[in-house]
Design a protein around this ligand. Structure first.
Ligand code: ZN
Length: 194
């Protein structure tokens, strides 16, 4: 089975492939949404996705990654599993009171360490770019980035080579021209709250 098919089948089987009427962060409306946390709540699925992502990254990292960095909260579980598969440390960034991505909790990166940045879903690549910047400021060399899902259709540019297990062109409609709105289906804002 192709990686993309195996990944989407996993979302389907665990109930993480939501169908309905969703408000995306872009403001567009969509009939479907992939909720990674639903799949990642199963440690065996998380481990398999992490190992698959690590294998996809292998050609880009020449077998040497010291540390995997992820944005909290969404990136932590998959980042941890990729780190396990690569034999690397796993750290994550959080936003401080001013909203800036930062390393806390005693996490340290030494100058010259090699790293990859892992997220659950890339939409615009903004969070991945922020984590890359944090790691570079700490002196790390960021070799590549990866995600389970790419919702940008492959278009997100994070400034380093990037891989995703499933690249999607998300079906979306502007609110004023949305067939789901016309059918009166309630609009749901997915993400951390649903
Ligand atoms: Zn709508």
């Amino acid at each position: 089975m192709e990686t993309r098919d195996f990944v989407l089948e996993l979302f389907e089987r665990t109930g993480g492939y939501l169908r309905g009427h969703f408000l995306l962060t872009s403001g567009l409306h969509s009939p479907e949404y992939l909720q990674c946390a639903v799949v990642l709540q199963h440690p065996d699925h998380a481990a398999r996705l992490g190992a698959t992502l690590a294998a996809a990254l292998a050609p880009l990292v020449a077998g040497r990654v010291d540390v995997v960095g992820s944005p909290a909260l969404g990136g932590i579980v998959i980042g941890h599993e990729v780190a396990r598969a690569l034999g690397a440390r796993c750290i994550f960034t959080e936003r401080d009171a001013a909203g800036l991505m930062t390393l806390r909790r005693g996490f340290q990166v030494r100058p010259g360490e090699t790293s990859v940045v892992i997220e659950d879903v890339v939409t615009t690549g903004g969070s991945t770019r922020e984590v890359i910047e944090v790691l570079r400021t700490a002196g790390a060399q960021v070799l590549a980035a990866g995600s389970i899902i790419d919702r940008s259709g492959g278009k997100a540019d994070v400034g380093v080579p990037r891989v995703a297990l499933a690249t999607l062109d998300v079906i979306s409609y502007p609110p004023e021209d949305c067939p789901l709105c016309r059918q009166g289906i309630p609009l749901i804002k997915p993400g951390s709250r649903r």
